[in-house]
Design a protein around this ligand. Structure first.
Ligand SMILES: Nc1ncnc2c1ncn2[C@@H]1O[C@H](COP(=O)(O)OP(=O)(O)OP(=O)(O)O)[C@@H](O)[C@H]1O
Ligand SMILES: [Mg+2]
Length: 306
C-alpha cells in the first residue's frame, strides 16, 4: 500500500505540488489526471525519491520512504518515464537489461525475460540490436514499459506511458493492459492527461489542478458525485461517452433478459455499455435488445444523477 500524506514541493518558490494526500491499496490502479503542468510528474517522482518533497510523508507498506535508501526503494518499483527515457547510447537490449544487470541476473535469465516481454508488448525481435533513435515513438514507449516490467516489482509508476501511441494501438494496448497477468498483482500509479484512458484503466482517479488534488474517486464517483464546478467542467465535454464507459450490464435493471447478447457476443456482466453498443452497431442489429438497453441506461442514469 502507498500512502501520500500532505506532500508539497516548491520549485523556485512556486508550488508545483501543494499539500496532496492519497492512498493506493495493493493491486489498485490509481490515475493522476490533469492538464499540463499540474504536478503529475513531480508527484510520481517523489514516490521513488527522484525528487524530494519539501514537506509531508510518503509511506510504502507502512514504512516512510524518506527514512530508506533511494536505491532500496527503487528496487521494488518499476518506473516508466515520460517520453520513454531510454538511454540513447545503449541498444534496446541493453536498455531493457539495465535493472537485471544491477540485480546481477545471469544473461540467460535476462534474455528469456526480454523475449517474453517483447512478445507480450508486440515489439519485433529485430529491434533488440537497434538504438532508441532507430525506433518509432510508440515502439520506444513500449520498450520503456518492458524495461519497467522486467524485474516484476510489486509497484509500477507510469508517466504517460501511452502518450505517443496512435488511437488504434492505444486501444489495443489498453485492452491488453487490463488483461496482462503481469499487471494484475501490481499497485500501479499511472499519470495521464487523457480522460478516456483514466476511465478505462483507473480503479481510482485523482484529478489534479495547479498542484492540488481537487477530487479523488472511482470513475463512477467522478461522474456522479462531483465535488465542485471544476470537476463538472473538466469532464463535461466527454460526459456521455464516459457514462457509457462506466456503466456495465450488471448495473442495468435485471428484469430485462440479455441472455441472447451474452451468448452471441460473449459479453459478461462486467462489459461496459460502451462496448455493448459498439458491438451492436457494427454487428447484426438486435433492435429489441438495443432499445431495451437504451431504456435501461436512461433509467440507471436518472437514478445516478438524482
Ligand atoms: N526541476 C524543475 N525546476 C523548476 N520547475 C519545475 C521543475 N520540474 C517541474 N517544474 C514545474 O512544476 C510544475 C509541475 O510540473 P510537472 O512536470 O509535475 O507537471 P505535469 O503535470 O507532469 O505536466 P505535463 O502533463 O506537461 O507532463 C510546472 O509548473 C513545472 O514548470
Ligand atoms: Mg509530466
Amino acid at each position: 500500500m502507498i500512502t501520500v500524506e500532505s506532500v508539497s514541493k516548491n520549485f523556485n518558490g512556486k508550488k508545483a505540488v501543494d499539500n496532496i494526500s492519497f492512498q493506493a491499496n495493493d493491486k489498485e490502479v490509481i490515475v493522476l489526471l490533469g492538464t499540463s503542468g499540474c504536478g503529475k510528474t513531480t508527484t510520481l517522482k517523489m514516490l521513488n525519491r527522484l525528487i524530494e518533497p519539501d514537506s509531508g510523508a510518503i509511506f510504502i507498506d507502512g514504512k516512510n520512504i524518506l527514512e530508506q535508501k533511494p536505491e532500496e526503494i527503487r528496487r521494488g518499483i518499476g518506473f516508466v518515464m515520460q517520453h520513454s527515457g531510454l538511454f540513447p547510447h545503449y541498444t534496446i537490449q541493453q536498455n531493457i537489461a539495465v535493472v537485471p544487470d544491477l540485480l546481477k541476473w545471469d544473461t540467460k535469465k535476462t534474455k528469456r525475460r526480454t523475449q517474453e516481454l517483447i512478445h507480450k508488448l508486440h515489439l519485433p525481435e529485430d529491434i533488440l540490436n537497434r538504438f532508441p533513435n532507430e525506433l518509432s515513438g510508440g515502439q520506444q514507449q513500449r520498450v520503456g514499459i518492458a524495461r519497467a516490467l522486467i524485474a516484476d516489482s510489486p509497484i509500477l509508476l507510469m508517466d504517460e506511458p501511452f502518450g505517443a501511441l496512435d488511437n488504434i494501438t492505444k486501444a489495443n494496448i489498453h485492452s491488453e493492459f487490463k488483461s496482462l497477468e503481469e499487471l494484475k498483482n501490481k499497485t500501479i500509479i499511472l499519470v495521464t492527461h487523457d480522460i478516456q484512458e483514466a476511465f478505462e484503466l483507473g480503479h481510482k482517479i485523482c484529478l489534479m489542478h495547479e498542484g492540488k488534488i481537487i477530487q479523488t474517486g472511482t470513475p463512477k464517483e467522478m461522474l456522479y458525485q462531483q465535488k465542485n464546478d471544476f470537476v463538472k467542467k473538466f469532464f463535461a465535454e466527454n460526459r456521455l461517452l464516459l457514462e457509457y464507459k462506466v456503466a456495465t450490464l450488471k448495473d442495468m435493471k435485471n428484469d430485462i433478459d440479455f441472455s441472447r447478447l451474452y451468448e452471441k457476443f460473449k459479453f459478461s456482466e462486467h462489459t461496459s455499455l460502451w462496448d455493448v453498443f459498439q458491438k451492436l452497431s457494427t454487428d447484426n442489429w438486435f433492435l429489441e435488445d438495443y432499445e431495451n438497453l437504451v431504456r435501461a441506461f436512461n433509467d440507471y442514469r436518472k437514478l445516478q444523477i438524482i
